[in-house]
Design a protein around this ligand. Structure first.
Ligand code: 7PM
Length: 259
């Protein structure tokens, strides 16, 4: 899954893809690099980020979605707002990626009436304040129980189990040790539903490598992605599609895994 940020304040791209034209060009580049899926985001959910009104988010996302849909690669839209979900699904999105796991009123209903997939992510708190004081007694048990409950809520509302993907939400209300514990729990999580893992250029990679700048976290991010795949992750959410694909290709051939 290649990341396409359409946010002037996104944590890595620094506003470079703020203009729809730039985001569309970036999306096409990720498709050329071999992305199997694109994730369009019009609201930055990085720690400390302020919420974006649904209308502004839609104005960022829709032109890009309209330009890249039908290009052979399914498109996911990263949003917490039911109004954005409905408009994105009407405009051809194949998946809703919700860092809030469809907890907003009306969010489950927005997805349930369609044949789209959904990614349910765990987050403690909300983006503006989530890194201030994350707290868990047993992070793996708590995140697993949360995701299992969200799966059942979605299934009860009519979303097919086979359309649900789960994500422990690395960096979303988690300390370094919490992120590491969750990474080690990926194989167990994959027993609940297919797992999406997003490590790309995050602060835990910075902490593990001593790389303060997100621009210097490519190699660390690729290592984390490979490791997640090996733990059974089904979808890798990455900025760097070509590098990640190359690494997976080499690993799979050495391992003798079917391509
Ligand atoms: C910290 C830094 C937190 C950067 C989040 C980010 C994920 C996501 C984002 C993820 C799913 C960024 C991210 N991360 N959706 N959206 N999983 N499902 O790329 O890990 O800016 S935002």
């Amino acid at each position: 899954m290649g990341i396409v940020n359409i946010t002037p304040d996104s944590f890595h791209d620094g506003g470079r893809f703020a203009a729809a034209g730039d985001a569309i060009a970036h999306a096409h580049r990720l498709i050329d690099e071999g992305a199997d899926l694109l994730d369009l985001g019009g609201e930055s959910t990085r720690p400390g980020a302020a919420p974006v009104p649904a209308e502004e988010e839609l104005a960022r996302v829709l032109p890009v979605l309209e330009a890249v849909r039908g290009g052979g690669v399914p498109v996911s839209v990263d949003t917490r707002h039911p109004a954005v979900m409905r408009a994105a699904l009407a405009a051809g999105a194949a998946m809703i990626n919700d860092v809030n796991a469809l907890r907003a009123p009306g969010a489950i209903e927005a997805v349930a009436g369609t044949d789209a997939s959904v990614c349910l992510m765990h987050m403690q708190g909300e983006p503006r304040t989530m890194q201030q004081a994350p707290r868990y007694a047993d992070v793996a048990a708590e995140v697993t129980a949360f995701l299992a409950a969200r799966i059942e809520a979605c299934v009860a509302a009519g979303i097919d189990r086979g359309r649900i993907v789960i994500d422990p939400g690395f960096g979303f209300g988690k300390r370094f040790d919490d992120n590491v514990a969750l990474a080690r729990a990926l194989t167990a999580l994959a027993g609940l539903a297919p797992v999406l893992a997003g490590f790309s250029r995050k602060s835990m990679i910075g902490a593990m490598t001593g790389r303060a700048s997100t621009a210097d976290r490519l190699a660390g991010s690729v290592a984390a992605a490979l490791w997640a795949a090996r733990q059974g992750a089904a979808i890798l959410r990455v900025h760097d599609v070509a590098a990640t694909r190359d690494a997976l290709s080499v690993w799979r051939q050495l391992e003798g895994v079917e391509q």
